[in-house]
Write a protein that binds this ligand. Structure first.
Ligand code: FDA
Length: 395
C-alpha cells in the first residue's frame, strides 16, 4: 500500500503540470499512468513539434457548456506564464501563423521540461500502472487500485484525458470515475477531426487527394474559420476542416467559400472585358487548383464556355457556387484520428478555481476529461497548463 497526499491519474499535459505545482507546495505527489512513457500525446502533437500554446489564447477559443468556466484558470495561468516557463528552461521555439508556438527541435523538449519540474518538486511517477478502480475510504480520502499497486491519498486528481487515440492509452476511466461519484458527464464526440464523405462525393473527388485550398469554412451555427482545406483519400481534412468539425453535427452541411478574397462576379465581368475569348476553365485554374476546376466542369457545376459567352445569370450562379460551395459530410474519422474529445465531465459539477468536485470533497477533474475543448492552434495544451496549474495550487 503506497500512501501519498495527492494521487494524479494521467501523466499527460494536465496531470504533469498539476503534479509539479502540488509538489512545490510540499504535497507528497504520485502520478499514475498505464503508459511506458509520460506525455505520450505531447510527443506526437503538432507533427512531433508540439504546438504548446497560442499567443492569443482567450476564453473565446474554447467550447464548453458554461462559456465562463475557463475564464478563471486562463487568467491565473496564462500563455505568457507558460512561455516564461519554457524560456526559463531554454526551449528553442518559433512562431508559426495565427499565434501558434512550436518547438524548434522536438515535442520531447516539452515533456523534458515537465519531467524536470516534477523531479524538482519531488513528484513520484508510476508508469505501467493501469488504474482499475477507485474507492472512497471510510476515514476520508481515496484508494486507487492499479494493475501493480494500491495507492491511498487525501486528494485524487483525475487527469486521464478523453477518448481520442485509443492506441495511445485513451480509456474512459475518467468518465467512469465521475459517474461513480454521481457527477454528470455530457455526451462525448470526436472533435478536431477529418470528415469522411458519402460514396458519391468520394467518387467525385477521387484523384484530388493532396489538393489544398485556402478557404473560409462555415458551420450551420454560423462559426467561421479562414484556413486551408485538404482533400485526402478518405475525405476532407486540413486546419479549416478540423476547426469546423468541432461545431458540426451529423446531417448538417458545411459551407465553403473557395475564394474568400475575391468578389467573383465582379472579377468575371472584368475578365470578360480584358480577355473575353479565354475559357472560364483556364481563367479559374489560375486562382484555384486546376484538378479541382476540372471536376466542377466535368460534373457541369460550372459551364465549359469562353468568358464572353457567359450570361449575367450564369455569372451570378458561378459566383454563388464558388463562394457558397456546400458539402454534406458522411461523418468524421472518429476517435482514431481526432485530436480532442468534445463533452465530458460537466463543468457545472466543478469549482472553476480549484477543479474540485462540488459534491465530492478531495476529488478533482482536469484536462481533456472535462467538458472543455479548445480550437486547433495550441489552445488545448494551454487549457491543460492553466487548469493543471490551478488545481495544483489547491489539491
Ligand atoms: P492526455 O490524454 O494527454 O493524458 C491522459 C493520460 O491518462 C494518458 O497518458 C493515459 O495513458 C492516461 N490514462 C488513461 N486511462 C488510464 C488508466 N485507466 N490508467 C492509467 N492511466 C490512464 N493540442 C495542442 O494544444 N497543440 C497540439 O499541437 C496538439 N496536437 C495534437 C495532435 C494529436 C495527434 C492529438 C491526438 C492531440 C493533439 N492535441 C494538441 C490535443 C492535446 O494532445 C490534448 O488536448 C492534451 O494532450 C490533453 O491532455 P490531458 O493531460 O488532459 O490528457
Amino acid at each position: 500500500m503506497l500512501q501519498y497526499d495527492v494521487v494524479i491519474i494521467g501523466a499527460g499535459a494536465a496531470g504533469l503540470m498539476c503534479a509539479a505545482q502540488a509538489g512545490y507546495r510540499g504535497r507528497r505527489v504520485a502520478v499514475v499512468d498505464m503508459g511506458k512513457k509520460p506525455g505520450r500525446k505531447i510527443l506526437i502533437s503538432g507533427g512531433g513539434r508540439c504546438n504548446f500554446t497560442n499567443e492569443g489564447a482567450s476564453p473565446t477559443n474554447y467550447l464548453c457548456g458554461n462559456p465562463h468556466f475557463v475564464k478563471s484558470c486562463l487568467s491565473r495561468y496564462t500563455q505568457h506564464d507558460f512561455i516564461e516557463l519554457v524560456d526559463r528552461h531554454g526551449l528553442a521555439y518559433h512562431h508559426k501563423t495565427l499565434g501558434q508556438l512550436f518547438c524548434d527541435n522536438s515535442a520531447s523538449d516539452i515533456v523534458d521540461i515537465l519531467m524536470t519540474e516534477c523531479e524538482w518538486a519531488g513528484v513520484e511517477l508510476h508508469l505501467r500502472n493501469e488504474v482499475l478502480s477507485v474507492s472512497e475510504l471510510a476515514e476520508g480520502g481515496y484508494q486507487v487500485t492499479t494493475s501493480h499497486n494500491i495507492f491511498t491519498c487525501e486528494s485524487l486528481v483525475i487527469a486521464a484525458g478523453g477518448l481520442t487515440m485509443p492506441k495511445l492509452g485513451a480509456t474512459p476511466i475518467g468518465y467512469k470515475i465521475a459517474e461513480q461519484f454521481n457527477l454528470k458527464v455530457l455526451p462525448t464526440m470526436a472533435a478536431l477531426v477529418p470528415f469522411t464523405l458519402h460514396d458519391h462525393d468520394k467518387m467525385r473527388f477521387d484523384g484530388l487527394s493532396g489538393v489544398s485550398i485556402p478557404c473560409l469554412v462555415s458551420s450551420e451555427c454560423g462559426t467561421e474559420f479562414r484556413e486551408n482545406i485538404l482533400f485526402t483519400h478518405r475525405g476532407l481534412s486540413g486546419p479549416a476542416i478540423l476547426q469546423i468539425s468541432s461545431f458540426w453535427r451529423a446531417g448538417q452541411a458545411v459551407t465553403i467559400n473557395l475564394l474568400p478574397e475575391l468578389q467573383l462576379d465582379d472579377a468575371i465581368h472584368q475578365w470578360r472585358k480584358e480577355q473575353g475569348s479565354k475559357s472560364l476553365k483556364n481563367t479559374l485554374s489560375n486562382i484555384l487548383p486546376k484538378r479541382f476546376i476540372e471536376v466542377l466542369i466535368n460534373e457541369q457545376a460550372i459551364p465549359d464556355k469562353a468568358l464572353n459567352q457567359l450570361t449575367h445569370t450564369e455569372i451570378d450562379e458561378i459566383a454563388k457556387y464558388i463562394h457558397q460551395w456546400q458539402i454534406k459530410p458522411n461523418g468524421t474519422e472518429g476517435y482514431r484520428t481526432a485530436e480532442v474529445t468534445l463533452g465530458g465531465v460537466d463543468t457545472d459539477e466543478l469549482s472553476s478555481k480549484t477543479f474540485e468536485s462540488k459534491k465530492q470533497k478531495g476529488l478533482y477533474f482536469i484536462g481533456e476529461v472535462t467538458d472543455v475543448t479548445g480550437w486547433l492552434g495550441g489552445y488545448n495544451f494551454q487549457y491543460a497548463w492553466s487548469c493543471g496549474w490551478a488545481c495544483g495550487q489547491a489539491c
